[in-house]
Ligand binder design. Structure first.
Ligand SMILES: Cc1cc2nc3c(=O)[nH]c(=O)nc-3n(C[C@H](O)[C@H](O)[C@H](O)COP(=O)(O)OP(=O)(O)OC[C@H]3O[C@@H](n4cnc5c(N)ncnc54)[C@H](O)[C@@H]3O)c2cc1C
Length: 358
């Protein structure tokens, strides 16, 4: 049994920032991640970030990840376990972790869950053929391992992720036959969408994938136009010869540990699915368990870092650690978060948060 003051599950931007802030107050932190690297999703974001300058917009995600990971590894109050997967949370407050085929039991005084999100998928005939991928998986193949998923891709989803991954596929020398979007409008920021359009990739709005075809792997896909009630219009089908279908249809929070711990959960579509009810300190309904980042609602890395900072400070403070300017630091983070979520772009998130913050 390993004892620690704070255990953080997830070494993405939320978990790394939480670790740094808690350790800076003096708390001993054990940070675990199932990958063999730290940085979470950021490690594959080779594009310049959108968002506000204050939140590191126009920096590349991979550089932010490297910087945070370096700072964590330099901090002596933080112990890092990589290739370590949290398998379960038990009633007695024990987190069960598997690393190198060995089981480690961790008993933290406080737990911060920062496990991020998982990709959603779509129902259509033959969606189980090899060659149907999630966009995140394609991005990992291309940007982390330098492997092309195939020769010609049909992307489903024209939100930021679909459009950015399409562009990164083009950069890697993979042809993108088209991007299909069920909504009547492109969801991605224009700065990203115009780059793929300029590169000659057609974007089919009000269209969806009807089916994939192929014997033992993807050989093509059929798309169809949708009417204003999102119903397929017969006779509008188009066929594409592709060997990869890439689904970029959103993420949902990865909340299994929170369910196991008995945290109160609510279904909030604006935040991507079932999310934990939490207070302003990001503490869930189970005292001592905090959340930060995409696990608490799908947003962006900038918000994940701010939430991580809050969760880290609050967990350390609950253990008795303090600093003369602690309240001021918290107030600054809350103000930055409010700024990030302001305006029409943040409306969906604000509506979602109002349903689960008590
Ligand atoms: C293509 C793409 C482009 C994006 N572009 C931007 C952008 O321009 N600007 C922006 O702000 N955001 C962007 N984002 C969003 C951003 O990457 C995420 O919002 C952010 O990474 C969420 O941070 P997180 O720490 O909550 O989760 P993650 O980054 O997903 O990290 C979670 C970590 O938890 C680990 N983990 C999960 N479960 C376990 C377990 N049981 N045991 C151990 N470890 C576990 C995972 O391995 C992972 O390392 C983009 C996302 C994508 C996919």
């Amino acid at each position: 049994m390993r004892h620690t003051e704070i255990c953080i599950v997830g070494g993405g931007p939320a978990g790394l920032t939480a670790a740094l802030r808690a350790a800076a107050l003096g708390a001993a932190v054990l940070l675990i991640d199932r990958n063999d690297y730290l940085g979470g999703q950021l490690i594959k974001q080779t594009h310049r970030f959108f968002g506000s300058k204050q939140q590191r917009a126009s920096e590349r995600g991979i550089n932010i990840a490297r910087e945070l990971a370096y700072a964590v590894q330099e901090e002596e109050k933080i112990t890092v376990l990589t290739e370590a997967t949290a398998l379960g949370y038990y009633k007695d407050g024990v987190v069960l972790v598997e690393q190198n085929e060995k089981i480690i039991k961790i008993k933290p005084k406080k737990l911060i869950v920062a496990t991020g999100g998982a990709e959603k998928t779509l129902l259509f005939p033959n969606n189980d053929l090899p060659g149907v991928y999630g966009a995140g998986a394609v991005q990992t193949l291309v940007n982390v391992y330098g492997v092309k998923p195939g020769k010609r891709v049909l992307m489903v989803g024209a939100g930021n992720i679909g459009v950015i991954v399409s562009y990164q596929l083009l950069q890697a020398g993979v042809e993108v036959a088209g991007i299909v979007e069920a909504a009547p409008r492109i969801g991605a920021y224009w700065v990203h969408a115009s780059k793929v359009v300029r590169a000659g990739v057609p974007i089919y709005t009000s269209h969806t994938i009807k089916r994939a075809w192929g014997e033992s792997e993807v050989e093509g896909a059929t798309i169809v136009q949708l009417d204003e009630n999102w119903q397929p219009i017969e006779g509008t089908e188009k066929d594409f010869d592709v060997d990869v279908i890439c689904l970029s249809v959103g993420l949902s929070p990865l909340t299994e540990l929170l369910w196991q711990a008995g945290c109160k959960m609510e279904f909030v579509p604006e935040l991507g699915g079932r999310v934990p009810v939490r207070n302003e300190n990001l503490e869930t309904s189970v005292p001592g368990i905090y959340v930060a980042g995409d696990v608490s609602g799908i947003e962006e890395a900038s918000a994940a870092m701010m939430e991580g900072a809050l969760a880290g400070l609050n967990a350390a403070r609950a253990l008795g650690y303090n600093a003369p300017d602690l309240l001021q630091r918290k107030a600054e983070i809350l103000k930055e978060l409010e700024g990030l979520r302001s305006g029409p772009v943040g409306e969906k998130i604000r509506t979602g948060l109002a349903k689960v913050t008590c």
